[in-house]
Structure formats: C-alpha cells, structure tokens
Design a protein around this ligand. Structure first.
Ligand code: ADP
Ligand code: MG
Length: 329
C-alpha cells in the first residue's frame, strides 16, 4: 500500500548523493558517452543529470516512475548475470515519492522529444513536446525531501558535506568510466563552478592522473590476473612511495560498479603492508566477472558477494608482495 511504498522509498534513497548515484547509473545503462551533473545550491535547489544515451521510448513514459518498472531484466535467471547498473526498477519510483521529477527525453528512433512531469504517485501529470531535445535524457529532481522534514533539515545543515560526497562520487564514476565524458557543475546564485570535467582516457591509471595529479603515475605498481573466471586489475602505491595522497584513496569496482573493498581482500592487503612496516597504501582495484557474484546484497549495491573471495585475496596478496619486494631491493 501507500505507506509501505513510502517506507521502501525512504530506504532506497537514504540521502541526496543516492539520488545522484541512481541517475548516473541510469545514464550509464542508457549507453551514453556524456554525463553532465548539475547541482543548484549544493543540490538543495535541484539536481539535473543530462545524458546522450538512447533515450526513453514513449511506450515507457507511463511506467517509468512506477515501482518495479525496469526495462533491464525480465527473468529470475537474468539476476545471475546482470550487466546493467540498475535492475530493480526502484530508483525513479522512490525518488518520485520524495521529490519532484521532470524528464526531458528523446528516444534514438524518434524525431522529437518530450518533457514529462511526474506526481508523487509516479503517474505522469503533464506531457509536452520538446522539439529541441537531442537524443538522450535529462532528469531533473527538485523539491528534494520536501515531504521528509528530518531529511530536509539535515540537507540544509550539512549541504557542504553532501556536496563533497557528490564530488567524490562523481570522481569515482569518472575514474572507472574511461570511455565517457563526465562533468559536474555547481550553480550558486550567479556563480557557476565546473567542479569536474573529465574526458575519456586510455586507462584507469591515466584517468587517476587526470583527476588526482600526474604524480600518481610513478607512485603506483600495477597488477592483474584471473581466478576462477574473475578477472582483476589494479594499482597500488609503491611501499617506498613518498608522495602524500588523501588517506581514503581506496577505490574498488566490480563490473564498473563502485563497491567497498571486499573484507578478505582488504585484510590481505592491510596485513601485507603491516608486515613490511609500511604505511597503509592507496589503491584502485577492479574486478570483472560474468557470473559467480551477487551485487543485490544492499540497497545501494556497494557490497558484492564474490565466489572464491578467499582464493582471490590470497593470489592478489602474493602478486602485491612480489611487487613490493622488487621496489625494496
Ligand atoms: P532500473 O534502473 O532498475 O531499471 P529505475 O527506476 O532507475 O530502474 O529506472 C526505470 C527505467 O527508466 C529504466 O529501466 C529505464 O528504462 C528508464 N530510464 C531511466 N533513466 C533513463 C535514462 N537516463 N535513459 C534512458 N532510460 C532511462
Ligand atoms: Mg536505475
């Protein structure tokens, strides 16, 4: 019923950065090459995400913001081999319960776009033609948490903290999506700040250098391998690396999804660097697999169950150990 939908929505969208994350995921799933995130007054005034993806077909307009409406998977079997960022059909439905959603989209097969305004029941309130829209989608979210007073309060008290979180989030997306241009703009009054403007790059390391400084390239060891059909590659700071980076520079991805580093792998690396009496390393670790994993553990999908994580952790530890020995000799 109405109440349980609202409870689910509040859980699916815990804070403002979660809205940005869901909208970026949808743009990625639409196979875009450009994503432009625009925040007004730290997001309090609105969040807009523009993409040049495939757009939304008019047949889907009505159900877009209804719970369970996903165009991405159809069967229970599909759950095992999810290739898209989204699959629950929950984000837009949840956001529409807690905010106002307006979408301007043009499907790749159509000559004209439409502007759609949704009500808090997820039903379209208004459709108008938009002749100027290029192929792709813009989702605008305003009145954020207007009907959740506690969160609205929190949002205005901690807007700078949320802005920082969003900057870090967009950086994390830019780092792994090296085939895309990803931008973040902040508008405050008459000010317009381009906070992130990342171009496609040759490699994740190259993108790290673009985002966080060129020094990073000579500070990192590269490693890669495969265990039971799980491929991994990554970069970890050399034990004798003198350059200072922010302590929480630890990125982990699974099939390009931002995740927290799996605990066994985290422990393996930590214990290794401790054995060498070295300070905690910075790293980027990316995993890729067709199956043998589950990313449906938490609402934000930042936790992944990987089959054979233990074997993976052991192998990665050995690889990194060898690199450390080379550096120290
Ligand atoms: P999910 O991503 O799990 O399918 P969402 O609620 O995030 O669910 O989105 C619902 C549907 O809206 C998607 O399945 C997709 O068909 C469509 N959609 C949302 N955003 C976009 C976008 N930027 N480009 C194209 N289609 C989109
Ligand atoms: Mg989605």
């Amino acid at each position: 019923g109405e109440l349980s939908n609202r409870i689910c929505a509040e859980q699916a969208i815990p804070d403002m950065p979660a809205i940005v994350k869901e909208l970026i995921d949808n743009s990625i799933d639409a196979k875009c090459t450009i994503i432009r995130v625009t925040l007004t007054n730290c997001g309090i005034g609105g969040i807009e995400v523009y993409d040049d993806g495939v757009g939304i077909h008019p047949n889907d307009y009505q159900k877009l913001c209804l719970k369970g409406a996903t165009s991405k998977i159809a069967t229970i079997d599909d759950l095992k081999t999810i290739k898209t960022m989204g699959f629950r059909g929950e984000a837009l439905a949840s956001i529409s319960k807690l905010c106002k959603i307006e979408i301007i989209t043009r499907h790749k097969d159509l000559e004209i776009g439409h502007k759609l305004i949704y009500g808090d029941d997820g039903i379209i309130e208004k459709i108008t033609e938009d002749a100027s829209r290029a192929i792709g989608t813009t989702v605008k979210v305003t009145n954020i948490f207007n009907n959740v007073p506690v969160r609205l309060n929190d949002l205005s008290n901690k807007s700078k903290i949320y802005l920082k979180k969003i900057i870090e989030l967009v950086q994390a997306y830019a780092l792994i999506n090296i085939d895309k241009r990803i931008m973040l703009t902040h508008i405050e009054g008459s000010r317009r700040d381009e906070l992130i403007n990342s171009l496609p790059a040759q490699s994740v390391l190259e993108q790290a250098a673009n985002l966080f400084g060129r020094d990073i390239k000579k500070s990192m060891n590269e490693f890669y391998g495969e265990v039971d059909n799980v491929k991994y590659y990554g970069y970890i700071s050399k034990p004798n690396c003198a350059i200072k980076f922010k302590k929480d520079f630890q990125y982990c991805y699974f099939n390009k999804r931002i995740i927290g580093i799996p605990i066994k792998i985290k422990r393996a690396i930590a214990s290794l660097y401790k054995d060498f009496s070295m300070k905690a390393p910075i790293y980027i670790i990316c995993f890729e697999a067709e199956e043998g994993y589950d990313c449906n553990l938490t609402p934000d999908k930042t936790e992944v169950y990987i089959q054979n994580e233990e074997v993976l952790a052991r192998e990665i530890r050995i690889k990194i150990l060898d690199l450390c020995k080379e550096n120290i000799q």
